[in-house]
Design a protein around this ligand. Sequence first.
Ligand code: BEZ
Ligand code: FE
Length: 293
Amino acid sequence: MHEVDKGYFTEDNSAEVVISRIAESTDPRLSEVVAAITRHMHAAVKEIEPTQEEWFKAIQFLTQTGHKSDDWRQEFILLSDIFGVSMLVDAINNRKPSGASESTVLGPFHIPDVPELPMGANICLDGKGHPMLIKGRILSTDGSPISGAKIDVWQTNDDGFYDVQQKGIQPEFNLRGVFRTGDDGAYHFWGAKPRFYPIPDDGPVGKLLGALGRHPNRPAHLHYILEADGFETLVTHIFDPDDEYINSDAVFGVKESLLAKFDLIEDSERIKEEGAEGPFYEVVHNFVLAPEK
Ligand code: BEZ
Ligand code: FE
């Protein structure tokens, strides 16, 4: 009998003795995952050497994280977000061919079944903030326009909240819309210039951020889900590079390729041409979808 199979526990063999208990008949992927987590968890505990009080504090933290979670609030996802794990899982599962637009986190504020709007519609229903025209094209990696691409977009209002965070305060579907491209792959719609806002920070994850001297803010961004037949679905954002939090996103969602340009248009000809009431921000951004594998 091997030493670990006797089941006698020592500080040195701790991980192996636990891993050896996994039955041969276990689903191989489950076995692999549990073994890796056991190995890394035991290594972390050996590095940290927690006191009993510290370990209990960690258990209490996880308990509070569970208590804060329900169908709407997912505190464990927030925990994964602030550790950069959500972004790492996203990166591993969205390796793109050269030239394709990069992905980033979905976040908790997407909702299904948002009404499809005519191209050029204004999704800012509360009239707050600086008007912003967003336009560009949805392209394939070979440069050809994608016809019939579905653009699902959502953003916060000028107070830094999504409509679903302020039911009864913001109009339903404020700053959300679904658009579909025509043969030229082009899109354009009006919104409001986004601003930074905090991730929900009234729970244990917010407390942890505070204890670590980290702020809870995400730099100004617009969310997108882009879908088209024959192409990989892209979940992404565009970010305002001039935002004060652009280099310290609380959830590590920023990639250099996702920075867009937010230009202030004050030229009266352009204002007239676009039918705007005054100066507006303009963002021109193309998205490139990877062909389905
Ligand atoms: C968001 O951008 O909507 C978001 C992403 C991760 C955590 C919280 C909010
Ligand atoms: Fe967001």
